[in-house]
Write a protein that binds this ligand. Structure first.
Ligand code: COA
Length: 322
């Protein structure tokens, strides 16, 4: 049996840091409020001209180096992003060009904060069926471009960054299972209403920015992530105690803690980056994985549960042996 196994990870954050104290000077908020309600103290923001592909490129180069692979060995590129550099080509194609990869399939996945989990699930299918053997899977965002910096209820939450993994065919597991879901009925709770087909008039009227009913999203996220944990364990006949690491989407420390409680996991077994990164959407899970791999917390053979929830709504999980 062929599995898809992560052989290298990489991450990249823009140099520019925006602290809660910086935000106090921009909107009516306070460091105390942001920390208490979200766990966030700072986030990284791309400067003008710094794009999603720039961040993706740095994270990808690090992942390739960690895997001991060269770009020409990659036979599929998937980029999860909600903030592509341009309408087309896809960010995956732009990244392919940057890395000097030619000819293999390359495409973007748009599942907002669940994007990387979706991308990993899709890449797993390619590898298991023999359609690809060395895949570059990236989550990269410049969320700051779709944040309304005058709206205190959203602007304190988000940040920019990129994370990447190299996923290779292996006799050893590998990704054990991926569980992907969506329900478009919840569009009005979390969205950027403007866009290409609806026209740019809406964008000019303020529709280019994120709109969120935070409280309702919060409640849905907690209950839905609880369900996805049960679904993943049940599908694999596992107990909560079989999970070594929870690598959750980094939206809010209170949502993360609720999922950890559900798994009866101690906080030392949960990788948390939200305090320093904010919510980087599709980049948050691979950035957290990369951090925990590089600082030696996550070790080969350990069982990881990744989960995410985001606009759509979309939600999902990936269970894997690292
Ligand atoms: N600073 C200070 N006060 C703020 C604020 C800010 N940045 N943002 C909102 N407030 C105020 C509100 O105006 C409200 O004031 P009121 O009671 O006078 O009306 C009060 O704080 C409480 O607002 P509420 O929205 O109920 O707070 P909350 O506890 O739900 O926290 C979020 C708000 C956004 C932090 C929380 O709902 C959340 O994290 N939601 C999920 C967001 C998310 O993860 N989205 C992405 C999913 S991938």
């Amino acid at each position: 049996m062929t599995y898809a196994r992560i052989t290298g990870t990489g991450g990249h954050l823009p140099d520019k840091v925006l602290t809660n104290h910086d935000l106090e000077r921009m909107v009516d908020t306070s460091d105390d409020w942001i920390r208490e309600r979200t766990g966030i103290s700072k986030r990284h923001i791309a400067v003008d001209g710094e794009t999603t592909c720039d961040l993706a490129e740095q994270a990808s180069r690090r992942a390739l180096e960690a895997a001991g692979r060269t770009a020409d060995e990659i036979d599929l590129v998937i980029v999860a992003t909600t903030t592509p550099d341009q309408i087309f080509p896809s960010t995956a194609c732009l990244l392919q060009q940057r890395l000097g990869i030619h000819g293999c399939a390359a495409f973007d996945i748009q599942a907002v904060c669940t994007g990387f989990v979706y991308a990993l699930g899709v890449a797993d299918k390619f590898v298991r069926t023999g359609s690809a053997s060395c895949v570059l899977v990236v989550g990269a965002e410049t969320l700051s471009r779709i944040v309304d910096w005058t709206d205190r209820s959203t602007c304190v939450l988000f940040g920019d960054g990129a994370g990447a993994v190299v996923l290779e065919a292996s006799e050893e597991p590998g990704i054990i299972s991926a569980h992907l879901h969506a329900d478009g009925d919840y569009e009005s709770l979390l969205r950027v209403p403007g866009g290409v087909s609806k026209g740019y008039d809406l964008v000019q009227e303020g529709g280019a920015y994120m709109e969120m009913k935070g409280n309702e999203v919060f409640k849905m996220a907690v209950t839905t992530l609880g369900r996805i944990v049960d679904e993943t364990l049940e599908a694999n006949g596992l107990e909560k105690s079989d999970i070594d690491w929870l690598i959750p989407h980094q939206a809010n420390i209170r949502i993360i803690n609720a999922t950890a409680r559900k798994l009866r996991m101690s906080t030392e077994r949960v990788v948390v980056t939200v305090g320093e990164h904010g919510n980087t959407s599709a980049a948050s899970v691979p950035l957290a994985l990369d951090q925990a791999v590089r600082d030696g917390r996550v070790k080969r053979g350990e069982t990881i549960l990744m989960e995410a929830f985001g606009g759509g709504f979309t939600w999902g999980s990936v269970l894997l042996k690292y």
